[in-house]
Design a protein around this ligand. Structure first.
Ligand SMILES: Nc1ncnc2c1ncn2[C@@H]1O[C@H](COP(=O)(O)OP(=O)(O)OP(=O)(O)O)[C@@H](O)[C@H]1O
Ligand SMILES: [Mg+2]
Length: 263
């Protein structure tokens, strides 16, 4: 894989200044996420995960450093990136089908409006039976699936997600994690996800970036190669594996050290 495919973050600093107060949110963050991989930003509250994701989305500018996606500099929001937020951002007055088509419409992509794309992604997230339902008729998990389908229907090169499953009950959360992995493997998206859930990070991520806080630094990069030797989608085998237990404990310790530093 050539070095300019995927996401490349180089020497990124972020300082917030407001009312005479300055906060260094991130310090000297460098990472590279290969195309087609799932990267996870993990770390304690306030370590700058959302800030970093928002900078990759182009919603916020680094104070220093560079962000490149597939060889192009990121300086503003763009169609090459799609963002899914924690609160289900669907429009209550539009049906599931209209919600999924909405992104295509605002992007002026008439060709995509042949409905094929819309139906494809409604199917990918398992909502065929609910295509004509309205968001208030859906559960939280289903609404989050609408948001994912709508974002993927734009074929973003990079899918960005900030704690997308944080508000879901544990069982639905597991289902959504599997659904996400199935869809992005099929569509070959590159994904960057924020979470503070260790199990979620290790289950979803090909690479887990552990950030420490004040200021947010990249403390450790963890590759989850051990999953290649496990049956795909077998949660129990994953949770039982020695590698998982070892890494989970290791990250738990890192989290605890962070807590001590804060106290
Ligand atoms: N717009 C802003 N103005 C000033 N400070 C900010 C702003 N946004 C974030 N910060 C500060 O930057 C730091 C990182 O915040 P951020 O929201 O990125 O953390 P996080 O890792 O996403 O936390 P959480 O897990 O609680 O969502 C915090 O100290 C926060 O107070
Ligand atoms: Mg956050």
């Amino acid at each position: 894989m050539s070095s300019n495919t995927g996401l490349e973050i180089t020497g990124v600093n972020k300082v917030f200044r407001s009312g005479g107060r300055t906060v260094q949110a991130l310090e000297n963050i460098s990472l590279s996420l290969s195309a087609g991989k799932v990267g996870v930003l993990l770390g304690p509250s306030g370590c700058g995960k959302s800030t970093l994701l928002r900078m990759v989305a182009g919603l916020e500018k680094p104070s220093e450093g560079d962000i490149n996606l597939n060889g192009r500099a990121v300086s503003q929001p763009g169609r090459d990136r799609g963002m899914v937020f924690q609160d289900y951002t669907s429009f209550p007055w539009l049906s599931v089908r209209e919600n999924v088509a909405y992104g295509l419409r605002i992007n002026g992509d008439r060709s995509a409006l042949n409905e094929g794309t819309v139906d494809h992604f409604i199917q990918a997230v398992g909502l065929e039976k609910f295509a004509n339902a309205y968001p208030h008729q859906l559960s939280g998990g289903m609404r989050q699936r609408v948001a994912i389908a709508r974002t993927l229907a734009n074929y973003p090169e990079l899918l960005l997600m900030d704690e997308p499953f944080g508000a879901l009950d544990p069982e639905t959360r597991w289902q959504m994690q599997d659904l996400l992995l199935n869809v992005v493997r099929k569509e070959r998206n590159t994904v960057l996800i924020v979470t503070h859930d260790i199990e979620e990070a290790l289950y979803l991520g090909d690479v887990v970036y552990f950030l420490s806080r004040h200021p947010g630094r990249l403390n450790e990069t963890i590759h989850t190669d051990f999953k290649a030797g496990l049956p795909e989608g077998d949660r129990e085998a994953f949770l039982k594996s020695e590698d998982y237990r070892r890494l989970e404990l290791h990250i738990r310790r890192l989290m605890r050290e962070e807590g001590r530093d804060a106290a």
